[in-house]
Ligand binder design. Structure first.
Ligand code: PLP
Length: 434
């Protein structure tokens, strides 16, 4: 009898109930709302941290699912009925060869190039947004995407049986387009850049009653990025790193990693310590890096022109919050040229066996620049976030890598080719050993 009571599941109290305006603290119902009608600031999910503290411990999290849902009390869903497609808990790799090349002793790579199901960090935000969309009663979901978000939304909507219509710029890489179409959503390829796609979607969201993961569901969507902070803290043995380097498009992921660390401190899962936040942008679309460098307190929108299409947002929603975060944590926001981005992709592949897309190439290129400028201490624990997979942006490296040696199926043909291969200059880098 007592046993039956002991094993009975205690209903878990919801850990959030409201949305609140980021600047003014004005409260709203936790529905599909995203902007404060009075201050025009974005809305954020407001949690009850006492309730969270009572529900979580290191042990309870470690005993949870091997996905982002092990952190469910920190995520804005009201019930256990979440969409769990195995998103999250991607490897945190202690770098050996890249670290040595750069002269760093404690470099870690958070590898979301192998995130499930669509091989980018966007699966985190979409898993959360669609779980909440279902709770709010949406039957059609949508997004304004630079590529990866459309892949995630289409895949996870297919899994959950939701109708899906996604919007992308019409000039995306073939892998990103195919990686959406395969799930059979409706795909709108808009003749224009991401910022134009986004504006169109805001109009559609107002009149069609759809759940746009990054527009009217944005307060829920953006919370998914906190799991990039949670996982790193847990994987470092319940410790925060000293310095992180992450890509910036809208600035959402960069600012939510910070929020994730702060929440773990608030509920006592990790000890408080300073963490520096550095950000990476492509030079051809670097409004946040430009504002940071000029010490401006506003973002000047730009027209994107870069191979790093997944992070090409000219008018970033969370841009100013990202600048403030870099300033207050003692980080830097730096940019990389398209040529440096390609070198970054190759460097990570050749040293660590990780093939990332252009966003990851940008982040590695910026990491290298920060090291060269003395902005990363060789001893500090540095985590670099790799957010997407290189098989989706093959165009970026075509013509910049080697070619197969075509031979006959005969031993002497192989031997001649092998001899020739020894004389080819294989790589254009010089090993730097420390
Ligand atoms: C969307 C995206 C980002 C940046 O996301 P924001 O949260 O908008 O800053 C970074 N990397 C990849 C691969 C992405 O698809």
């Amino acid at each position: 009898m007592t046993q039956a009571i002991a094993t009975e599941k205690t209903p878990t109290k919801p850990t959030f109930s409201k949305l609140v305006s980021k600047d003014g603290g004005i409260e709203y119902e936790a529905k599909a709302l995203y902007v404060c009608e009075e201050t025009f600031s974005p809305l954020e999910v407001a949690y009850d941290y006492d309730v969270i503290r009572a529900q979580v411990s290191r042990e309870s999290i470690e005993a949870g699912p091997n996905s982002i849902w092990r952190y469910r009390p920190f995520l804005p869903v009201a019930t256990d009925n979440v969409i769990d497609v195995g998103t999250g808990m991607t490897p945190l790799v202690k770098s050996q060869r890249l670290a040595r090349r750069l002269g760093l002793k404690n470099l870690y790579i958070k590898n979301d190039a192998v995130n499930m199901p669509t091989l980018s960090f966007k699966d985190r935000v979409v898993s959360v947004a669609l779980s909440r969309a279902r709770e709010l009663g949406f039957t059609t979901v949508s997004c304004a995407s630079t590529g990866n978000l459309a892949n995630s939304t289409a895949a996870i909507a297919a899994h959950a049986g939701l109708d899906c219509c996604v919007f992308i710029p019409s000039d995306l890489e073939a892998g990103k387009v195919l990686g959406t179409l395969i799930y059979n959503p409706t795909v709108m390829a808009v003749k224009g850049n991401y910022d134009q796609v986004n504006r169109l979607c805001s109009e559609v969201a107002n009149s069609y009653g759809w759940g746009f993961v990054n527009i009217n569901l944005r307060p829920y969507y953006s919370e998914g990025s906190k799991t990039l902070g949670f996982e790193v803290a847990e994987q470092l043995g319940w410790k925060l790193p000293d310095h992180i380097v992450a890509p910036i498009a809208s600035g959402s992921l960069y600012t939510k990693i910070y929020k994730g660390f702060q929440e773990f401190i608030k509920v006592g899962l990790v000890e408080d310590k300073p963490v520096r936040f550095s950000g990476a942008q492509a030079e051809g679309c670097s409004p946040v890096a430009q504002a940071f460098k000029a010490g401006r307190d506003f973002i000047t929108p730009v027209k994107p022109n870069t191979i790093a299409k997944s992070i090409a947002i000219g008018n970033p929603a969370d841009g100013m919050y990202a600048v403030e975060q870099a300033q207050k944590t003692g980080g830097t926001i730096e940019s990389a040229t398209d040529a440096e981005i390609v070198e970054g992709i190759k460097l990570l592949a050749e040293t660590e066996g990780i093939f990332t897309e252009t966003a990851g190439g940008t982040t590695i290129a910026v990491l290298k620049k920060l090291v060269e400028a003395g902005k990363i201490d060789p001893d500090e624990t540095t985590v670099v976030y790799i957010t997407g997979n290189g098989l989706k942006t093959q165009e970026a490296v075509q013509g910049c890598i080697g070619e197969p040696l075509t031979i006959d199926a005969k031993l002497d043909s192989f031997e001649r080719a092998w001899e020739r291969a020894q004389t080819l200059e294989r790589l254009d880098w010089q090993p730097v050993l420390v």
